[in-house]
Write a protein that binds this ligand. Sequence first.
Ligand SMILES: Nc1ncnc2c1ncn2[C@@H]1O[C@H](COP(=O)(O)OP(=O)(O)OP(=O)(O)O)[C@@H](O)[C@H]1O
Ligand SMILES: [Mg+2]
Length: 263
Amino acid sequence: MSKIMSWTREIREITILPGTTKAGEAENFKEITIRPGDTISVVGPTGSGKTALINDIEVFAQGDTITKRRILVNGDVPPDEYIRDPAYKPIALITQNTKCLADLFVKEFIEMHITARNSDESGLSEKVIELANKFTGENITAGSRMTSLSGGQTRSLMIADAILISNAPILLLDEIENAGIFKEEVIKQLRKMNKAVIFVTHDPYISLLSDRRIIMGNGEVRSVMSPHGMEEGALKKISEMDRLLSKIREKIRVGDMISGDDL
Ligand SMILES: Nc1ncnc2c1ncn2[C@@H]1O[C@H](COP(=O)(O)OP(=O)(O)OP(=O)(O)O)[C@@H](O)[C@H]1O
Ligand SMILES: [Mg+2]
């Protein structure tokens, strides 16, 4: 157990090795390496294989998925237990469909998870709720029922849980932008905590906030871009546009009329 534990703590890098395209041809990239603190977005049209790519990472594919890709951890095939035992899994996947079926209070749910993880950090459950509330506009309380949380609240709680309790060094987020959570804040917190994060996204702002973009097409990695600050000007403008859109979205949510003056 302690061996796996130390193995888990030492994640230095995850490597994606190429597989095959939808047409069964070899994928045309050498390898993609992900390290703590990296922010990567995965973009591409619907059906281009974005979810398949992050699923490969989540299951540590070894040529055994539809894409035939392989995933290495610190340059090696990870040990079996490491993949199968959820207590040591270094990856948290949060999707649009992430739901919690347990009918517990938020506090009970979090404490159950803390106990399962043997953590004795005091005040941890409060910290999780506090962090989750940085990501969502509608406050979650310790006494809320898990089943009554909205989609965005659930995802916010799961992200906070993954960061603080599971302590997962790598987070995979599949199209969470539509859940109405504060993505800028999520990225800020993840960077601060030196987590690697991979966003599957159709959102231009998240794409530009990431250090690298993986472009998918026909089930394959078409290219990997590292803009290295060359998009700074565009990022600034898109950030303003995004803020404006968020403001309008909020107004629509509370039933206000939108006029030209709002733009
Ligand atoms: N390399 C591949 N080889 C064979 N099939 C693939 C490959 N990549 C993806 N697929 C299959 O193609 C389909 C669409 O892929 P996927 O769901 O990953 O697309 P997506 O980019 O996430 O789309 P969306 O934006 O709609 O979520 C899935 O059935 C998936 O299993
Ligand atoms: Mg998808």
